[in-house]
Design a protein around this ligand. Structure first.
Ligand SMILES: [Fe+2]
Length: 316
């Protein structure tokens, strides 16, 4: 990963008008001291929204659907938004101009959220990794570059009211130019250092695009749909207060508990089946999580896209 190059590009962008448009989404500026300075107050409560697999593109009325989700989130007014990756569709195959226009579309629309947004990287956000892309590995935006130029480092953490949130980058690229569901070693080393600084009682939420646990393959067969080295992350968190793993990618809605210890939640999707309707018969929507003390509750919020999509289809 050309991190230094990205940092220097980011420094440049901070002095540009484009940076002014993207600063609210730079997670690196949200990094806080991980030795939580705030005690978790058992009376404290807050909410956040988890929106995954947005797949923004100009076609298929996708901007109308995403705007409806933004409006619904603003109406609910959570403290912040976490996204679950696949912000755009799609940068893997595209040229620079097309991919950059998609990232700009997402960044411009996401400015409509009235609260901070913490983004996650998905496979469709990886720039120019597929053979069919006209760009190559030498491009400064290759792989994580375009995402990181817009949104900051692709793995990071922040603390909110005593809860610690860690967003992971669950993607890499194979030698034959396909995406690979894996936490790379540099990130695992960062995570190890990070976790060592977190109090063992601090509640932790992990966000990952590719699920770390998922029932999809058990139900449908086929290849694994989870991060291949997810157990390494679970091992690192073994003696900490992991509460919840937020996941995307499958456009699948599931919720489970492991050993009275932590939960996993795969949060459906905003885009459904490529903006054409439900995927896996799961309606388009997002997750609202309410934290109270050391516990949480959640609900899936339908922002009305299915009804609107059908209405638009009959009008056209
Ligand atoms: Fe997706």
């Amino acid at each position: 990963m050309a991190e230094n190059k990205n940092l220097s590009r980011r420094k440049f962008l901070i002095n540009s008008s484009l940076a002014a448009a993207t600063v609210p989404f730079l997670q690196s500026s949200c990094k806080q001291n991980v030795a939580a300075t705030e005690e978790t107050n058992s009376e404290e409560s807050f909410e956040f929204a988890f929106l995954t697999d947005i797949h923004i593109k100009p076609e298929m009325n996708a901007p109308i659907g995403f705007q409806m989700a933004i409006d619904k989130v603003n109406e609910l007014n959570p403290d912040f938004v976490i996204t679950g990756g696949d912000l755009v569709y799609d940068a893997m195959r595209g040229n620079y101009e097309k991919s950059e226009s998609l990232f700009n579309l997402y960044a411009t629309m996401a400015k409509g959220f009235k609260m901070p947004v913490y983004n996650c990287l998905g496979n469709h956000d990886l720039f120019a990794i597929y053979e069919e892309s006209p760009e190559n590995e030498d491009h400064p935006d290759y792989k994580y570059g375009m995402w990181e130029r817009h949104f900051g480092k692709s793995y990071y953490s922040f603390t909110h009211k005593g809860w610690h949130f860690i967003t992971l980058n669950s993607l890499d690229v194979t030698p034959n130019k396909r995406y690979k569901s894996s936490f790379h070693q540099e990130q695992l080393q960062w995570l190890k250092n990070e976790i060592e600084q977190i109090d063992k009682a601090t509640p932790i939420v992990i966000t990952t695009h590719i699920p770390m646990i998922c029932t999809y393959t058990q139900l449908n067969g086929g290849n694994s749909r989870v991060v291949d080295n997810a157990p390494e992350v679970f091992k690192l968190l073994e003696n900490h207060n992991l509460k919840l793993v937020l996941q995307g990618h499958i456009h699948w809605k599931e919720f489970g508990m492991v050993n009275d210890r932590f939960h996993f939640l795969t949060g459906g999707s905003i885009a459904g089946n490529g903006w054409k309707g439900r995927r896996h018969n799961t309606r388009e929507g997002f997750v609202k999580v309410k934290i109270t003390g050391n516990d949480f509750t959640w609900e899936y919020v339908d922002h009305g896209w299915e009804t609107e999509r059908l209405k638009l289809a009959t009008e056209s």
